[in-house]
Design a protein around this ligand. Structure first.
Ligand code: NZQ
Ligand code: ZN
Length: 391
């Protein structure tokens, strides 16, 4: 196994009866808190009221930044950072999906560093300090609640980029599966496949040496997620399955499964260009790209066949095949069936109203002037070919 340092400092409160711990967590950082949330789901579900009901009696003063967009904008981050500076905010509480948590992380950095958050994203200024972020995910998806990164969109330049620093890792995360029971079928499916791709393209389809212990853990989690998703689509109130998904989401990016492994996430690099330009839902973009990426790699490089075939049998319950290539093809077909039939997601970019007019430009942007150094390297030509396969 490669050398690595593992530390994840997020304190996790998991389960239905943890909200009473929120004031004590926030009080570690101060009593002036900015509540960051999205387009209103937390008000509809009553979570906003429940959160306020524990904060007010504890003497915590709350300012609010509502309306964080899916694919959060850098302008919203700048607005939140200005509010933090004006009101001497001491901590951020993000209640919502990954977009809210990402927005809060970026605000936490921009509030301390001053200036435009885009300068931090572009590396023109370092993240030298950040306010504390407490995360309360209401959607099982990105794993932002336990990781050190956030992804921010700039509509002016049609870019979507990550910002990463240990200072941005949430100090605590409140993971209550009941907060995810109201997530509709589309977001449940998108979030669920996002979880799967984090494992798949960062740690499972890996160019590094494989370690049976990690591969076994990942296969077990992936199999569970693949089993649970159709269950929650049929039974949205199924607590046990929602709990599996929520904890799986956090584990996908909390660094444990990445121990000693480091590689680019190929489909994520391709997807971020789609959501930057077309405001596509992240998990949907991944669902359209991923099987095509597998097909493209298999057609040019048979050395991927064994890994793909094993994924099919271990995760999607494909029967063992006569040879690796047949197994890989069966796995790709099974994945398509899972995504486009069992989960009901759209299967092409044209079905999402996207044509090929920007593919060349997107491919260049995804490769950042070089190659995407993932499981197998992708050049600009490869990236463009994969986009075309998705039409
Ligand atoms: O805005 P509200 O009204 O809250 O509604 C949201 C939103 O419309 C809704 N929702 C959330 N919880 C709900 C709910 N609806 C009903 N009941 C609930 N309990 O779901 C919609 C989508 O929310 P969003 O936060 O955008 O989804 P997600 O968690 O999938 O986050 C996606 C963002 O995270 C980034 C993506 O690129 C995208 O911008 N990512 C962040 C990563 C990270 N921090 O490391 C890694 C990921 O790969 C990803 O790139
Ligand atoms: Zn993702």
């Amino acid at each position: 196994m490669n050398d690595f340092i593992f530390q994840n400092t997020t304190r996790v409160y998991f389960g239905k009866n943890q909200l009473s711990h929120l004031p004590e967590e926030l009080s570690r950082w101060g009593s002036r808190v900015l509540l960051v949330y999205g387009g209103g789901s937390i008000k509809k579900t009553g979570l906003y009221t429940r959160v306020m009901a524990v904060l007010k009696p504890a003497g915590i003063q709350v300012w609010e930044l509502p309306g964080v967009e899916p694919n959060p904008r850098h302008t919203t981050v700048n607005r939140g950072a200005a509010l933090c500076r004006e009101e001497n905010i001491q901590a951020l509480l993000a209640v919502g999906g990954g977009s809210c948590i990402d927005c809060a992380k970026a605000i936490a950095a921009a509030a301390c560093c001053g200036g435009d958050v885009w300068d931090l994203v572009e590396g023109k200024a370092p993240v030298s300090q950040a306010l504390a972020v407490i995360a309360m995910p209401t959607l099982a998806s990105t794993g932002s609640e336990m990781d050190k990164s956030c992804v921010i969109s700039n509509l002016e330049t049609a870019e979507k980029k990550g910002l990463s620093s240990e200072l941005l890792r949430p100090r605590a995360a409140f993971l209550d599966p009941t907060n995810t029971l109201t997530v509709g079928p589309f977001q449940t499916a998108c979030g669920g496949f996002d979880i799967m791709t984090h494992f798949l393209e960062l740690n499972y389809f890996t160019k590094a040496q494989k370690y049976p212990m990690l591969q076994g853990v990942i296969e077990s989690v992936l199999h569970t997620v693949a089993q649970d998703l159709p269950v929650v689509l049929a039974q949205p109130d199924n607590y046990a399955a929602r709990a599996d998904l929520l904890w799986a989401a956090s584990w996908a990016l909390n660094s444990f499964c990445g121990s000693g492994q480091r590689q680019a996430a190929s489909c994520h690099s391709l997807e971020h260009e789609l959501s930057a330009r077309y405001d596509l839902t992240h998990g949907l973009g991944l669902a359209i790209l991923f099987p095509r990426w597998m097909e493209y790699l298999l057609a040019r490089d048979k050395t991927v066949a064994g890994d793909f075939a094993r994924f099919g049998t271990a995760v999607l319950d494909c029967p063992p095949a006569a040879d690796p290539e047949a197994g890989a093809k069966a796995a790709i077909e099974a994945l398509k069936k899972f995504l486009y039939e069992a989960l009901g997601l759209k299967s092409s970019l044209s079905a999402c109203g996207i044509d090929g007019s920007c593919f060349e430009e997107m491919a260049r942007a995804a490769c950042h002037g070089g190659v995407i150094d993932g499981y197998r390297p992708l050049t600009v030509q490869d990236a463009e070919a994969i986009y075309r396969m998705c039409l």
